[in-house]
Design a protein around this ligand. Structure first.
Ligand code: DAH
Length: 365
């Protein structure tokens, strides 16, 4: 074969190659160590200078043409393979998502939604305040002046910075400062709940450095302890979805309330978990401390810009994580903050299952 025939034959065979293996086989056949074009190149060494001058460019040209044709065919086959793969791997968005991984609502979020739903029905709005709080709102305005012993009980995280007017900054140790913020910004009458994160330097199986509380505050004229007890009873009946909630109010002390009451509920152990309901004095039952509350202290009303001779109020504060544990039967608080997907899959709630009073505020996913 002359070079021209060799070239045509080679290019035809390359064009006919149907896959990458065939292209590679042709490369070896033409340009490999034992390849036909490699053999031609070797003949140059035995030629006379004149012969080499005329044959050299032809043989090198042939090698170049074959090298280019191989590369072009390889690129064409590769892009065809990619096209085919893209066509085969299209995603059908109309398929049901049963097998898709799914997220879930954390029990803390679920319980906060349930609380907002229950209290909205009683005419309460949701109020918020900053998690980085100044010590006036977190302590002083709540009748805990500097040097007040209750300040030490809170294991406060202090920040190195201060506010522009020189107040110390803390991570809020409770949601109670939202009482002050709500009174100052909205005045009276007032009905709010304030759910949110709080922080204390404390950590064991029942304490985490961050946890959740919900604060409640009602300010109006002629408010008394009866209103407090009815409100808590109504809330707990709706939350635990049972009518046999029995409360016991015990005298207590909080700087921001006077009088202060600690509220216990009756419960029984059922299948290794506490189930709220019944009197704590009934057979097989006991009392459990659930929340702190009381009539808003006069000093607190005054710090909130209200006249204590005109307005009265009650307040309460309760741990949201604790409410979630009691309602949904978890026993280790730390698991709430581990982010373990297996725990979330077990205890989480469907995003589509929005709590409503009519449908039941908490149906597990
Ligand atoms: N702030 C209290 C705490 O963190 C809880 C509390 C008790 C809130 C009594 C109140 C209350 O509003 O009246 O332990």
């Amino acid at each position: 074969m002359d070079h021209e025939a060799t070239r045509r034959d080679a290019l035809d065979r390359i064009a006919a190659a149907q896959d990458l293996e065939a292209v590679e086989a042709l490369r070896v056949a033409f340009l490999g160590k034992q390849g036909s074009i490699s053999a031609l190149l070797k003949t140059l060494g035995g030629m006379s200078p004149e012969q080499r001058q005329s044959e050299g460019p032809k043989i090198h040209g042939l090698r170049e043409a074959v090298t280019d044709a191989l590369a072009a065919r390889k690129a064409a086959l590769e892009s065809a393979a990619l096209e085919a793969r893209l066509a085969a791997e299209t995603v059908d968005l109309t398929l049901p998502a049963a097998e898709a991984p799914r997220g879930s609502i954390h029990p803390v979020s679920q319980v906060m939604d349930e609380l907002a739903e229950i209290f909205a029905d009683l005419g309460f709005a949701v109020a918020t305040g900053p998690e980085i709080e100044d010590d006036w709102h977190n302590f002083t305005a709540l009748n805990m002046p500097e040097s007040h012993p209750a300040r030490a009980m809170h294991d406060t995280f202090y920040l190195p910075d201060r506010t522009d007017d020189g107040r110390e900054l803390v991570l809020r140790t409770h949601t109670s400062p939202v009482q002050i913020r709500a009174m100052l910004s909205q005045g009276a009458p007032l009905r709010i709940i304030a759910p949110g994160r709080v922080y204390r330097s404390d950590s064991d199986s029942t304490h985490t450095p961050m946890f959740h509380q919900v604060e409640g505050l009602v300010i109006d004229k002629g408010i008394h302890l009866g209103h407090l007890k009815w409100t808590l009873e109504t809330f707990l009946k709706a939350f635990f979805e049972r009518d046999d909630i029995v409360l016991r109010l015990r005298p207590s002390y909080f700087p921001f309330t006077e009088p202060s009451v600690e509220v216990d509920t009756g419960y029984a152990w059922v299948d290794g978990r506490r189930v709220i309901g019944g009197s704590g004095d009934a057979p097989g039952h006991a009392w459990m401390e659930l929340l702190g509350s009381g009539m808003v202290n006069r000093h607190v009303l005054a710090a909130g810009g209200l006249d204590p001779d005109e307005w009265q109020g009650f307040a309460f504060g309760v741990g949201v994580d604790r409410l979630a544990m009691l309602k949904y039967g978890m026993n280790d608080l730390r698991a709430f903050f581990d982010g373990d997907v297996r725990w979330l899959r077990h205890y989480g709630f469907s995003a589509l299952d929005v709590p409503t009073l009519s449908a039941g505020v908490g149906t597990p996913a």
